[in-house]
Design a protein around this ligand. Structure first.
Ligand code: GLN
Length: 241
């Protein structure tokens, strides 16, 4: 059996709104293709060897937990940046997405240093951007999820797509997330991967390709997943009407 390894960063601090479900979705869809997914929890960053990771995942957290996680991840920021530049597939959600940038400004104006892996920043406000979200993505089709963040993120990179309902990166641009090399950053909790098999398969396929493992993108029957997604799309768009 083929194997892939996921490094799950800071699961003890960053697991808002069941972000752990993303790991379950990766495991499930890998198994359907006879790939065993090994999950390594990284709560301490000392002496880690990122070359052993085929995918990485960072979930979301409150501002406090986010600041603690950033301190730990600052120790490996060069390794992480090099790995991302080299095409390591990764998913980062909300707080985990925000701290890849230059800085995170809290609602009371405090500046928390980011990892400086990508050139963007996030400014948080007291009023939160919360609720269901629907995105149309050229690459992934319709993406659905749930968002709850004070942070407004501004960047010039590719995004996951255009927001049809909800907020996404901020309350002005109608764009959601980031897509840089094989890195996906998103505000979508819920968790995002079980609701969007296209994103799950994108990460698995990128990891498999990088490792030279065969991967059949079309292999699985997604009828149930598509029907569930349609319910969420209808619910969001009816809320709008
Ligand atoms: N602290 C961040 C914000 O509110 C992240 C929250 C989250 O991960 N859901 O913007």
């Amino acid at each position: 059996m083929y194997e892939l390894t996921v490094y799950h960063f800071m699961p003890d601090k960053l697991n808002l709104y069941s972000d752990i479900g993303n790991i379950m979705a990766l495991k499930f869809r890998a198994k359907q293709r006879n790939i065993k997914l090994n999950v390594v929890d990284i709560n301490e960053t000392e002496n880690i060897d990122l070359s052993k990771a085929d995918i990485f995942f960072i979930g979301g957290g409150s501002d406090r937990e986010q600041a603690l996680a950033t301190q730990a991840l600052l120790k490996i920021k060069k390794q992480l940046k090099d790995a991302i530049e080299d095409g390591l597939p990764g998913l980062t959600v909300c707080g985990g997405y925000q701290f890849l940038g230059e800085k995170y400004i809290t609602p009371d104006g405090q500046e928390l240093e980011g990892l400086h892996i990508l050139d963007f920043y996030t400014e948080s406000k007291e009023d939160r951007l919360t609720g269901d979200i629907v995105i149309e993505s050229e690459k992934f089709g319709t993406i659905v999820g749930f968002e709850n963040h004070g942070g407004r993120t501004y960047h010039h990179y590719d995004t996951l797509g255009n927001v049809k309902y909800g907020y996404g990166n901020n309350d002005t641009e109608q764009k959601e997330g980031i897509h840089y090399k094989n890195l996906l950053g998103t505000y979508l909790h819920g968790p995002v991967l079980p609701k969007n098999h296209e994103l799950t398969d994108y990460l698995l396929e990128a990891a498999a390709k990088r490792k030279g493992i065969p991967f059949e993108p079309q292999k699985l029957d997604n009828t149930v997943e598509e029907a569930a997604k349609q319910v969420l799309v209808n619910r969001a768009l009816n809320q709008k009407a």
